[in-house]
Design a protein around this ligand. Structure first.
Ligand code: SAM
Length: 245
């Protein structure tokens, strides 16, 4: 890995990024779900629904939802009857998820929650049928290492799916979104969560994330084949996928 990595618009030592990202998610955990609705006008729910439809989870499959946070993806996956492992580096995010799983009406029978760093997984080789990561990969310090680990823990024929913000190609929309995210998002973060800085980081980290062709190439470099990208809103959000053979 290089000497420095981006923490939003700042270049910092890798350890410092991991520590600071930890601080961000510990700070926002309690308000994370509310803020997602507020910032996206509820649209993150539609993106997540579409993402899980693409994964096509099936009963009896073993699926790893990496950087699963408060469980939004895992709850959707579990409805299929798949056995879902929700892994995240941040205990505060997992605690909120475990709490949500206990609420009445939640399909969470086949969910297992565990602390894990995406870069250094302790699961055996070829263990999972599918690996999902939603809005998590851009927060990981060593992204190539996390992609290699995703590849290692998937069985042959296993599938990789990543939902992440990217760069919209729609003329005009990019400028509007840029102004919204830099000006409005940190203010809403301050208002609803008392934390403008964390939301400033989340916006800046989107800008620093590789564009769709570059990220697709990184997925291929990790060993995945038949890689594909499905842009939404011109690429504001994208589903990247690949197969292990
Ligand atoms: N997947 C959830 C969702 O879509 O709502 C949560 C996404 S949240 C924006 C990003 C998550 O990535 C946080 O819960 C954070 O703790 C986790 N994360 C960041 N770096 C990680 C790492 N190296 N390994 C595992 N999880 C990580």
């Amino acid at each position: 890995m290089t000497d420095t990595v981006s923490f939003g618009y700042h270049d910092v030592a890798p350890d410092e990024k991991t520590r600071r990202v930890g601080g961000v998610f510990s700070s926002v955990a309690a308000r994370y779900d509310l803020m997602n609705d507020a910032m996206s006008g509820g649209m993150h729910r539609l993106w997540k629904d579409r993402f899980v439809r693409r994964v096509q989870p099936r009963a009896g499959e073993a699926i790893l939802d990496m950087a699963g946070g408060t469980g939004d993806i895992a709850f959707r996956l579990a409805r299929s009857g798949a056995a879902v492992t929700v892994a995240d580096i941040n205990p505060a995010m997992l605690e909120v998820g475990i709490d949500r799983a206990r609420r009445p009406g939640r399909v969470s029978g086949s969910l297992v929650w565990t602390g894990a760093n995406a870069e250094t997984l302790t699961f055996p080789d070829r263990f999972f049928d599918a690996y999902t990561i939603a809005f998590g990969i851009r927060n990981v310090t060593d992204i190539p290492a996390a992609l290699r680990e995703a590849h290692r823990v998937l069985r042959r024929g296993g599938r990789f799916f990543c939902l992440e913000f990217s760069t919209t190609q729609w003329p005009g929309f990019a400028e509007i979104y840029d102004a919204y995210s830099h000006n409005v998002v940190p203010r809403v973060g301050e208002l609803l969560a008392g934390d403008a800085d964390s939301y400033r980081y989340l916006v800046e980290s989107i800008r620093r994330f590789p564009d769709m062709p570059r990220f697709e190439a990184m997925i291929a470099e990790a060993g995945f084949v038949r890689t594909a990208v499905e842009p939404m809103l011109g690429g504001l959000v994208a589903i990247h996928s690949g197969w292990k053979i």
